[in-house]
Design a protein around this ligand. Structure first.
Ligand code: HEM
Length: 512
């Protein structure tokens, strides 16, 4: 190549590189500056305002600031349940300035915050086809698995259909004796330890008062219940898997608390290596378990089914241990010929979605009962009245009879919803009650804010008053601890046995 030609090649390369950089630079400026400004104006013209967009970070820095400030203050005064300013501090702050529907920026992504029940109903129910569930952070995704929570479209509908029978009340009822036995065993073990460490020597002597750390119980009982729901007859093998998943959750929670450096999760740090090892072990265990279950003789399955049917027909006492096997996640998915890797992901999802939420509910219910002994007394009285003559509740003690307990659970879910918010993303341009929402806009639904709204719940919204759930008609649209619509929590009946989400939304648009 001659000198002249080489010069021209160099010129072309430089022009190409400079041109490409310019195009990319312009794209970045468009994405990080002009688009947010245009969208800000678009929403502002419709009367929706919010904190101004800041280059690249949006309002994230301010949100972190609000969070840090709120958590640096002393905990709320004794007996107050006004926790919203602490839990959703950014919402509490900006709602006062911009109203209940406002726009904030999560980096360069617009996030419309909506707490009006009618708008929420449109987003989650009547126009749910226009929205997708928000895609979690990769770290969370790795942990929560590619199951129902994150699946979309046809695949989601198929999995939901396959798994729905597992969560029918008739099926879940089969678990009640097991849950009761787990609790009873924990209590007996505790009593033994307490007796051994007390000065009392005689077996007959009663221990009047002992202090028990119940948080560990709540984790055990939820883990145990989810294991039974997921693995049914393979409970013993399933326990090992759930144990590994509990460890994995601790790793992820730790990692999440640290500052997120992009790509950090791929570095071979000690914690990442342990997490990868755990992940591999979980998968290996699950694949083995699936194989084992598939191999178990069809004849045996048939015999079990016949025995269950016979017991149902006889209307016999179905809580005497005969009904060992319910329609578990594993069985349902194997029956539907679901590929092993999808079953693995779904197991992860169940554990992730069910464990923390349910143990949180148990924890807060206990705290609230301790703070409000008058309700504790009513609940105890009711439980003793309906289940008192037996050691543990059975499915014959219709949970529907435990009305006071149901009200207490609902009020706990209202004040301290385990999922404080949910997020959707507009798949297409969509119009909601006159608001034009462009494709790609995220919608933040602050569940806890809806539950604490005085406009919905009255001036005593921050008070613990389970009696408000006596009047079912009073709060038809403002109570959504399990979400609502087609993507409502599938584990609702398991998470709050008998706790009835009190709303009047129409049935899910998607038939499952
Ligand atoms: C008190 C306990 C629980 C609470 C408060 C709760 C709350 C929620 C909420 C708010 C959603 C999201 C709804 C939405 O975005 O529209 C959800 C979804 C989900 N929950 Fe729960 N949950 C609880 C227990 C459970 C349990 C025990 C399981 C399973 C063992 C479970 C499995 C799921 C699954 C799989 C989804 C995704 C459903 C779908 O998209 O089709 N949850 N839950």
């Amino acid at each position: 190549m001659g000198e002249e030609e080489l010069k021209w090649v160099m010129v072309v390369v430089v022009v190409f590189v400079v041109g490409l950089s310019l195009v990319m630079g312009m794209k970045m400026v468009e994405l990080l500056w002009w688009r947010p400004r245009r969208l800000e104006e678009h929403f502002s013209k419709q009367g929706i305002r919010g904190p101004p967009y800041r280059f690249f970070l949006g309002n994230v820095k301010e949100m972190v600031g609000f969070m840090l400030e709120a958590s640096s203050k002393p905990m709320i005064p004794h007996n107050s349940h006004n926790v919203l300013p602490r839990v959703l501090s950014f919402y509490h702050h900006w709602k006062k300035i911009y109203g209940s529907t406002f726009l904030l920026w999560f980096g360069p992504t617009p996030r419309l915050t909506v707490s009006d029940p009618d708008l929420i109903r449109e987003i989650l129910v009547s126009r749910s086809d226009a929205f997708d569930r928000y895609e979690s952070h990769p770290l969370v995704r790795q942990l929560e698995g590619d199951g129902l929570v994150s699946l979309r479209g046809e695949k989601w509908a198929h999995h939901r259909k396959v798994l729905t029978p597992t969560f029918h009340m008739d099926n879940l009822k089969l678990l009640i004796p097991y849950i009761g036995k787990t609790v009873l065993k924990m209590l007996e073990d505790k009593m033994k330890v307490a007796k051994a460490s007390s000065s009392l020597s005689s077996e007959e002597e009663e221990i009047e008062e002992i202090e028990i750390d119940v948080s560990e119980w709540f984790h055990t009982v939820t883990e145990d219940t989810i294991t039974r729901t997921a693995f049914g007859q393979s409970y013993d093998d399933g326990r090992a898997v759930c144990h590994l998943q509990a460890q994995q959750m601790t790793f992820a929670a730790e990692a999440f608390r640290k500052v997120l450096i992009p790509g950090y999760r791929f570095l071979p740090t000690k914690r990442n290596a342990s997490s990868w090892r755990l992940d591999k072990e979980i998968k290996k265990n699950l694949v083995g378990l699936i194989k084992k279950r598939k191999e178990s003789s069809l004849e045996e399955e048939e015999m079990r089914r016949r025995r269950r049917k016979k017991d149902d027909d006889d209307d016999d006492d179905d809580d005497d241990g005969q009904h060992e096997y319910c329609k578990d996640l594993l069985g349902q998915m194997i029956k539907a010929s679901t590929p092993a890797n999808e079953i693995v992901e779904e197991c992860k999802t169940f554990f992730f979605a069910g464990k923390q939420t349910t143990s949180n509910l148990l924890t807060w219910t206990t705290v609230l009962l301790a703070m409000h002994p008058e309700w504790q007394e009513l609940a105890r009285h009711e439980v003793l009245r309906f289940c008192g003559s037996r050691d543990i509740p059975t499915s014959r003690d219709h949970l529907a009879k435990l009305k006071t307990l149901g009200m207490i659970i609902n009020e706990t879910l209202r004040l301290y919803p385990p999922a404080v918010a949910t997020i959707r993303k507009a798949k297409v341009d969509v119009e909601l009650r006159g608001y034009k929402i462009p494709q790609g806009t995220e919608i933040l639904i602050p569940i806890m804010a809806v539950h604490h709204d005085v406009k919905i719940w009255g001036p005593d919204a921050a008070e613990f008053n389970p009696a408000r759930f006596m009047d079912r008609a009073r709060s038809p649209t403002g109570f959504i601890p399990f979400g609502v619509g087609p993507r409502m929590c599938i584990g609702k009946k398991l998470g709050a046995f008998g706790g009835k989400a009190n709303h009047r939304y129409p049935a899910p648009a998607v038939q499952v």
